[in-house]
Ligand binder design. Structure first.
Ligand code: C2O
Ligand code: CU
Ligand code: CU
Length: 538
């Protein structure tokens, strides 16, 4: 589990730490030598709630038969409302539930056989609390996070963010929900308690002995890992029993790299009420949902007109995943369908979803109880102030980030991830609004090399952003049209899927906090292959 990078980093740690003041003035000093910053509780921070999260190796029941060895986070509330933490079955990390304005202190204790660090995906927290890989702690060490919940209500999540090992750590179990509520949301009286259901969709492969299988060759890394089994909340063949009333389902794509095209098998359209950064202004109706890694959508589903016994299936529909995607996927797919997987021989789900873009079952809903209720989906959900291009620092000259893949690396503006490697174009003035464009082969050749065009779910740390424009070279190309009706660019976002040949323009605020904030592809294999960089806000 130890890799060279971490051993290197360990050695560097032995050297002197640099004070926070010096860091602020000399950002170039922010490097691997300053790792110890802020892993102690501070006296002038008064938390409303204190939580401990301990990462440890555990054997848990995931499938029938032998237990599965996973990296499990165990949560505990040390001070404050106990309902802030729900420990989950299976490999999932505990669900954290907090309210806007609450101050939280989190002790991350690492009892795992590798250095690691957690990042609060979608939350607007100070740089030191953001889980930058340079803050990774070793086995036996504790990192103390302290921050206030500044975000509006929404479905956020958290996961490991270890240098070069994010994919492996998340795959092993280091990821969970982080749900934020606020007063505006509560006034809407949306379905709550057991009628508010977080659902994380992931894919995993298992050995015959029920152990997690991860890895593969160059092809696997170029595409990202595609597991043979679809897991929902850490469970295969997931079934959700429901009553005849309305539900709020919070969908998170927690997969390393798989993109889903979600649809109900009976053709019922989705009523979408929220996206990455919380509620939309009003519900949006879509025929299907294109959900890229790290993205969230919340849907309102009303089962009140269904008969008890009715079953509905949420499927991922077929789509065209791009030139190389199809070639690579096909080759790997044949290998997997050869019956090597745990269920390959049984003709179960294992067969279906080995390729990106195939049609397979994600979960089943079973109407199992009659109740009477009169749930009305509010016409208006929230107020979202549209960011204005005119308010940006660079309305005429977007910061362009080109996405490309070359040989064994995935690059941003031709660069690979490196700690302490801030370039001029990666420095952002504090309290500014920036126009940023992600160019996935829109200008020049697709993805940097012929036939290497690949979808990239691009994520920025820090504040949520707004998508203002999508431009695509081949608007009517099958690759694009097979997923584009499932995009939802309204509201606040922290991750946006950029298709091959596409350019996506966003407006992103950089308020409140100076320091390093990462931007990267959330295909975790791509991220680990270098498709990540830091922005320095100062
Ligand atoms: Cu969800 Cu930097 O990641
Ligand atoms: Cu993030
Ligand atoms: Cu990518």
């Amino acid at each position: 589990m130890k890799n060279d990078v971490n051993i290197q980093r360990r050695k560097l740690l032995k050297f002197a730490a640099v004070s926070a003041a010096a860091l602020a003035t000399f950002p170039s000093l922010i490097n691997a030598k300053t790792m110890r910053v802020s892993n102690q509780a501070s006296l002038d921070f008064n938390p409303d709630i204190e939580i401990s999260l301990t990462g440890e190796v555990r054997d848990v029941s995931v499938l029938k038969g032998p237990k599965t060895r996973v990296w499990k986070i165990i949560g505990k509330v040390l001070k404050g409302n106990k309902s802030a933490i729900t420990n989950e079955e299976s490999y999932l990390a505990p669900t954290i539930r907090l309210h806007k304005g609450q101050k939280v202190r989190i002790y991350l204790k690492n009892e795992l056989p590798s250095a690691t660090i957690l990042h609060w995906h979608g939350l607007h927290v100070p740089s030191k609390m953001d889980g930058n890989p340079m803050y990774a702690i070793d086995n036996g060490e504790t990192f103390v996070y302290e921050f206030e919940i500044l975000n509006r209500a929404g479905t956020y999540w958290y996961h490991a963010h270890t240098h070069g090992l994010t994919a492996k750590h998340v795959y092993s179990g280091l990821a969970g929900f982080f749900i934020v509520s606020d007063n505006e949301e509560q006034a809407l009286n949306l379905p709550n308690e057991e009628f508010d259901v977080p659902l994380v969709i992931q894919d995993r492969s298992f050995t015959q002995q029920n152990q997690l299988k991860y890895g593969g060759g160059m092809m696997m890394r170029m595409h990202g890992f595609q597991g043979e089994e679809i897991m929902v909340n850490g469970t295969p063949d997931f079934q959700l029993p429901v009553a005849t009333r309305a539900y709020r389902l919070r969908l998170l794509n927690g997969s390393n790299s798989r993109i889903y095209k979600l649809a109900w098998d009976d053709g019922t359209p989705f009523k979408i009420i929220a996206t990455d950064g919380g509620l939309l202004e009003h519900p949006e109706t879509l025929p299907y949902i294109t959900l890229a890694p790290a993205e969230r959508r919340e849907i309102w589903v009303d089962f009140s007109d269904k008969k008890v016994g009715t079953e509905m299936t949420l499927r991922s529909l077929e789509f065209s995943s791009g030139g190389m995607g199809m070639m690579g996927g096909g080759m790997r797919g044949r290998g997997m369908m050869g019956g090597m997987g745990r269920r390959g021989m049984m003709g179960g789900m294992g067969k279906e979803q080995s390729q990106l873009g195939e049609n397979f079952t994600v979960l089943k809903v079973r109407v199992s109880k009659k109740v009477s209720s009169h749930d009305v989906l509010p016409k208006r959900l929230s107020k979202i102030t549209a960011l204005r291009l005119a308010d940006a620092e660079n309305p005429q000259s977007p910061r362009r980030i080109t996405l490309s893949m070359r040989h064994m690396s995935a690059l941003l503006n031709g660069r690979s991830y490196k700690m302490n490697d801030i370039r001029k174009d990666e420095i952002i003035p504090l309290n500014s609004l920036q126009v940023i464009e992600f160019d996935n082969g829109f200008h020049g050749m697709g993805g940097g090399m012929m036939g290497m065009g690949m979808p990239h779910p691009m994520h920025l740390h820090g504040e949520q952003f707004q998508v203002i424009k999508r431009e695509v070279k081949n608007k009517s190309g099958k690759e694009y049209t097979s997923v584009s009706k499932g995009f939802l660019d309204k509201g606040w976002k922290d991750t946006v899927l950029v298709m091959p040949g596409e350019k996506v323009t966003i407006l992103k605020p950089f308020n409140d906090f100076t320091g390093l904030f990462m931007y990267h592809c959330h295909n975790l294999e791509h991220e680990d292959m270098g498709m990540m960089r830091d922005l320095l806000v100062k």
